[in-house]
Ligand binder design. Structure first.
Ligand code: SAM
Length: 276
């Protein structure tokens, strides 16, 4: 009975492949790859001739039976195009089926864009929420992002160069005060990082290319205590702004629920007027 090895591969720099991963890719009977051409070229560069089978996201379900047959005959290594399988990549369906069928599943840890970005962000000290890719449609994207922002822990977002502008626009409007670190092309020759607050993202991004792969780490916002919130509300009231406008704007700024801010605006406008 074979073993399923879930093998992390480099996210851009071949030197990041661990010696253990390299040995296992050479020892197994079959490598199940997201894209056989992509992994084939990596194996050739390593001088490894193990046969490949495709386990693309589109065929993962239909492939499971074939992959389980292969496991019955010998060890199989599962890889994705880059990084760790099953992290915003295919793999979970096969891993689950193998475990359910009683096969031993052994992870071979290594590169992943999420851990690389978290470790170099300086914005994570404990928990974080890995969001991965946000939905493409702008309404869904804002909805998912604002729910994630409410988690109260730093976020990690994946995005490709094609849509990094849309992601930054969502962050600018939904979390202007949050500290962010944007990593582009990690481990590659033209690796870049920028740091700042989300409100300045479009300006900051003018300094780096929009092509390639991105990870964005969003820090937790500064705590807004009730006194700060009251001050902000009074400032807006002093400028004659409507309660609903104040609530909408401060909810974005402070990540606090709009309805609670609205109620507080009503309380303050009443008590302050009585005191006047
Ligand atoms: N399984 C991979 C992992 O463990 O990170 C992630 C695969 S996911 C399909 C691809 C996304 O990961 C990219 O769009 C980007 O957000 C992120 N990513 C992968 N490689 C990267 C790199 N070298 N630099 C920055 N982000 C990267």
């Amino acid at each position: 009975m074979g073993v399923l090895y879930v093998v992390a591969t480099p996210i851009g720099n071949l030197e990041d492949l661990s010696p253990r991963a390299r040995r296992i890719l050479g020892d197994v009977s079959l490598v199940a790859a997201e894209d056989t051409r992509h992994t084939g070229s990596m194996l050739r560069r390593l001088g490894i001739g193990t046969p490949l089978i495709s386990n693309h996201g589109f065929n993962e379900r239909s492939r499971v039976e074939r992959l389980l047959e292969a496991l019955a005959d010998g060890d199989v290594a599962l890889v994705s195009d880059a990084g760790t399988p099953a992290i915003s990549d295919p793999g979970a369906i096969f891993v689950r089926a193998a475990a359910e069928a009683g096969y031993k599943v052994i992870p071979i840890p290594g590169p992943s864009a999420v851990t690389a970005a978290v470790s170099a962000s300086g914005l994570v000290d404990g928990q974080f929420l890995f969001v991965g890719f946000l939905p493409r449609a702008s309404g869904e994207r804002d909805k998912t992002l604002s729910a994630a922002l409410k988690s109260g822990v730093p976020l990690v977002l994946y995005e490709s160069g094609n849509r990094i502008n849309a992601l930054c626009e969502s962050l600018e409007s939904n979390a202007p005060n949050r500290e962010i670190a944007v990593f582009r092309e990690l481990t590659k020759l033209h690796e870049q990082a920028i740091r700042g607050v989300a409100a300045d993202l479009s300006t900051l991004l003018t300094d780096i290319s929009r092509k390639g792969e991105f990870v964005v780490v969003v820090g937790v916002g500064a705590e807004t205590n009730p006194v700060d919130l009251d001050q902000l509300i009074r400032h807006e009231l002093a400028h004659g702004r409507k309660a609903s406008d104040i609530a909408r704007e401060l909810a974005k700024q402070t990540d606090q629920p709009r309805s609670e801010i609205y109620d507080r605006v009503l309380v303050l406008s009443k008590t302050d007027n009585q005191g006047a």
